[in-house]
Write a protein that binds this ligand. Sequence first.
Ligand code: ADP
Ligand code: ZN
Ligand code: ZN
Length: 741
Amino acid sequence: MYADVIIDISHEKLDRPFQYAIPKRLEGTIRPGSRVVVPFGGGDRSMTGYVTGLSDTPEIDPSRIKDITGTPQGELAIEDQLIGLAAWMKSNYGGTMSQALKTVIPVKKKQALKLKKTICLIPAEGEAKDILDDMCARKNHSIPKERLLRALINDRELSWDMVRNKLMIPAAAIRDMESKGLVKIIEEREFRLPTGNLPEEEERPMLTPEQMEVLETYKKRRDEKKPFLLYGVTGSGKTEVYLQIIEEVISGGRQAIVLIPEISLTYQTLVRFYRRFKDRVSTINSRMTPAERYDQFERAKTGDISVMIGPRSALFTPFSNLGVIIIDEEHDDSYKSGQIPRYHARETAIQRGRMTGASVVLGSATPSVESYERAEAGEYIRLDMPHRVSKRSLPHCEIVDMRQELKRGNRTMFSGLLSEHIKDRLKKQEQIMLFLNRRGLVSSVSCRECGHVIKCPHCDVSLSLHRGGRLTCHYCGYSMPQVKSCPNCGSAYIRGFRVGTQSIEDELIKSFPGIRVLRMDADTTGGKDGHRRILEAFSNREADVLLGTQMIVKGHDFPGVTLMGIMIADISLNSSDYRGGERTFQILTQAAGRAGRGDIPGDVVIQTYQPDNYSITSAAAQDYESFYARESEYRKLMKYPPFSHMLSIMISSEEEGQAAGRAAAIKSFIDEMSVIGAVVLGPFMAPVGKLRDVYRRVVYVKNTNYDRLVFIKDRLERYLLNERGYSKAYVSFDFDPMDFM
Ligand code: ADP
Ligand code: ZN
Ligand code: ZN
């Protein structure tokens, strides 16, 4: 056996793997990411390196390949751990070592941290007024200082920017007052958590028997080094379980990472962690500048914090003694990176766990088919919480067949049943959520005479009709005015289907006079806390209905909501990839879980054109097992993940001929390799065949053995390096893709 070893990443010339032989005594202990000692260069100097991959074929004359000397002893520095992880990612997902390193190690940017400075008055009001009088009594006293003191007597605290820019006070004057002990200047990072203003320690709830059992099992079995899958219905109290796991971990001097999809990373979610862990916890998110994230990572490294909460990239927090990685909503698509290396945070977390001894807890009410399958196979330890806390019942779900509604002459978006329920809630003054599953929704414009669809001239997708009457491309941003007649046949009968939250709002107001609607979608959540404002208003019962897309179903708890209406359930079933059914099931189950969180049991109405589809019927029954049974049958039959693995190779070029030519060459290269069990499909036009004027082709390879796909990728990468005919076509890899754009 041979190992590819990378020696030193900071060194441009050494930023590539060298092959070494694995001596018999080390076989089995060395895997990608292992740190090894190797002889290097003419003098065979001992150097430490990282294994990036294994293979059984020598690249050069085997007699010239040196042996690995051994594995280094002792604790690894945190950077070493992360470099090892990067090496594993590079080998497992493709791309270059430096792309992998940039993903795991944030680069320090020379960019000043934005500090929020506040000027506070120190003396009490009376004393301050005396000082002001004294000051004014003096001749030639400083007018700016007087102005500042007056302002501070009014407000006690003023922001630095305001004082400098509005009151026009020179910095020297402020500093002088500071040195005299009149004011103090507090510098805070803008993103520091408002821990100071939090309500005092909340009371620890008494754990439910289910929570207790789950925690016991976790403690008993974590030394088995297998990931845990916490499968608990919505409202079963998973967060409390996370909190207690973290508490135990940090009391043992170790640290915790909690991954939460960005969309659920709201104040409401975070506050539970802040309350419990105070200033030991920090968070990162995508709105922060690189410098701000860097700063949070520094705090982690120096031991200033013990808990990091964030989206996918928080996985790389440089904690040196990591005890646990928790991934909430582990099924969420956002855990898969869209950038090279296209890693999955779940797999990568498990790898980091393996390398550091941290346990991994995956939590979900609707586990991914992948994780559930691994738990069934005994690779993960399952922890179940099938009941809601304090015996709140799961909501009552009903499916409405919208085709029947149409037959009965109902042309509105609200079925008879949903209308009745809405009227009933309005009467009882209970709250309603209406959910529109937007994924894949096309508000395209087409000609009713000839069927012509208006498409983006740069992308192979239809344009969407927006409120102001403009047609916009969601992929590249191209926009043009709505057409008056069909460019194909000249007919004036050209119309848009506008099924969006906007049109539902319009219809609600028309059908239910006096109804108060809050709409939450990309249009209404602009600005820094657009989200929070809408949620707060709804929570304060300033509206009867909260209407929105995905954003409203993630993690918000509104005890007043007793009705959840799902406007059109089947939209994500029609998307072109194999995960449509799973997504539909997950989003419907989550949406349904939002109703009846308080004391009154809730109702859920699911409107659909495919009432018999198992994703919809199992979601209505809140029956994961029956969904899983059907879905896994289908995936096995079609050889889709997790029962097989898939490598998607995307070939893109501004010249269509280059893309097509390289795709064909790749296909035959892989065919010729004839790897055992490999099924090669394509080349095809990608689902979006042209994007921002770039032509896109794909080749898919399936194999039940992931390592064989890695092998194919490695070979192909080498082949592409030397192949010159199609240099204008770019090739990228995606393992077990989740986004089939
Ligand atoms: P999940 O994350 O599984 O959807 P949560 O952790 O949000 O569930 O819990 C649902 C609600 O139940 C929350 O309001 C939470 O504060 C409350 N809760 C959790 N555990 C307990 C408990 N042991 N006793 C009482 N209330 C609890
Ligand atoms: Zn476009
Ligand atoms: Zn036409």
